[in-house]
Design a protein around this ligand. Structure first.
Ligand code: GUN
Length: 279
C-alpha cells in the first residue's frame, strides 16, 4: 500500500507548534514582525503572499505587507529594504520572487539583513547552511525534511536523488539531506540517462518545473517520491512534476499535489520567523 504523505496535516501540526511558541514569547514580551514585499501582481505570488500573511495571523505574530506596482524602481525597493533593515521592530523580511525583469534579484537578496532573511536566500545564510552552522533553514527543503521525518521515513544512509539544481530548492535540498547523512545526487537538464539515475533513488525529490514529467519508468519499486512542482494541467486541475497516477503504485510513499510540499513552505517560513530573534 502506498502511503500518501499528508502535507496539510503535517504543516498544521507545525503551525500549531509555532502558535504555542509565539504565545510563550508574547508572555515574555518578545514580539515579532514579518514584512513581506510583492512587486507586481503575478497571480501565483499574490496567493503565496496572502497565505504567508494568514499564517502570521494564525500563529499570532505581526505582519506588514508592501504591495508595489510592477514599475517600481530597483532603487525604491532597495531603499524600502534598508528602512526595514533599520527598523528594530521588524524581525523578518521577505521579497516575493520572481521580481520584474528590470530589478536585479541578486542585488535585492544581498540587500536584506542576513539576520532578517527568513527565506534563507542571503549568501551569508547559504554559507552557514553549507558549513552545517546554526541559522535560518531554506523553507521548501526544510519542509521536505520535516515531511520525511514526521512520516517515519529514515533518511540516513539512503540514496537520495534530487532532480533540479535551483538555488531555492535543488541545491539547499542537497545540503539538508547531507546533514541527515543521506547519499545525495543532483540531476538536472544536462544529466545523461536521467531515468537510470533516478531509478537508484530510495528517496526521489522532483523539482523540474515540468508538469507530470516523472512517470513510473523513472522510479524504483518502493521509492519515496516528493513532488515540489505545482502546475495546472490540460483540464485546469492542479498537478505536480510527477505523473501521480503512473508513479503512485510503485511508491512506498508519495506527496500529492496539492496538499503535499506546498503547505510545508509556509509552515517552515513561520518557524524561521520565530527563530529570527535568536540571532
Ligand atoms: N517564490 C517562489 N517560492 C518562493 C519562496 O520560497 N520565497 C520567495 N521569497 N519567493 C518565492
Amino acid at each position: 500500500m502506498t502511503k500518501i504523505i499528508d502535507g496539510k496535516a503535517i504543516s498544521q501540526a507545525i503551525k500549531d507548534e509555532c502558535r504555542a511558541q509565539a504565545a510563550k514569547y508574547k508572555e515574555k514580551g518578545t514580539e515579532f514582525t514579518f514584512a513581506v514585499i510583492q512587486v507586481g501582481s503575478d497571480p501565483a505570488s499574490t496567493v503565496y503572499v496572502k497565505n504567508k500573511k494568514k499564517g502570521c495571523e494564525y500563529i499570532g505574530i505581526n505582519s506588514l505587507s508592501y504591495e508595489l506596482a510592477e514599475e517600481t524602481s530597483e532603487d525604491y525597493l532597495l531603499k524600502l529594504i534598508d528602512e526595514l533593515n533599520a527598523n528594530e521592530k521588524v524581525t523578518g523580511i521577505l521579497v516575493q520572487l520572481p521580481l520584474p525583469k528590470h530589478i536585479d534579484e541578486d542585488k535585492v537578496i544581498l540587500a536584506i539583513d542576513p539576520d532578517k532573511d527568513v527565506d534563507c536566500f542571503h549568501p551569508e545564510n547559504v554559507g552557514n547552511l553549507s558549513l552545517g552552522r546554526d541559522g535560518f533553514l531554506p523553507c521548501t527543503p526544510a519542509g521536505i525534511i520535516e515531511l520525511l521525518k514526521r512520516s517515519g521515513i529514515e533518511i540516513a544512509g539512503k540514496e537520495c536523488v534530487i532532480i533540479g539544481r535551483s538555488n531555492i530548492v535543488g541545491k539547499p535540498m542537497a545540503l539538508l539531506l547531507l546533514r541527515e547523512n543521506a547519499t545525495v545526487t543532483i540531476a538536472h537538464s544536462k544529466t545523461k540517462n536521467l531515468a537510470e539515475v533516478t531509478q537508484r533513488a530510495d528517496i526521489l525529490i522532483v523539482a523540474v518545473g515540468r508538469p507530470k514529467m516523472i512517470t513510473a519508468e523513472y522510479i524504483k519499486d518502493g521509492a519515496v517520491v516528493i513532488d515540489v512542482g505545482i502546475h495546472r494541467d490540460e483540464n485546469n486541475k492542479l498537478c505536480g512534476d510527477v505523473d501521480f497516477s503512473s508513479a503512485m503504485p510503485l511508491c512506498s510513499a508519495i506527496t500529492p499535489v496539492p496538499g503535499g510540499v506546498g503547505p510545508m513552505t509556509i509552515a517552515m517560513l513561520l518557524k524561521n520567523c520565530l527563530n529570527a530573534r535568536r540571532k
